[in-house]
Design a protein around this ligand. Sequence first.
Ligand code: CU
Length: 103
Amino acid sequence: MEADEFRFAIDRPMLEAGRPIALTIINKGKMKHEFVSDLFAGADTEMESDGIIVEGKGIEEIELAPGKRVKVTFIPQKKGKINFICDIPGHREQGMMGAVSIR
Ligand SMILES: [Cu+2]
């Protein structure tokens, strides 16, 4: 998945519940962006960026500095359509939103 001013481009909009997935989010823009979603709710989640790995549960928000990339590995828990947005003021209004389907 890629973010820039002001959109998300996702190449894998369909995920499967119960199947581990690695989602790479890249900020190709010149501004900071965020990825805010319930996508990782209830899931054991591992995030890797610049060689630093963080593990946790219930991650809701990822901040991405310009040019940065984060790889998020998790197992989707819930089926359905899950929305995501960039929560920086004004960005959602300019189109920084999207959704993935989990089946
Ligand atoms: Cu943004």
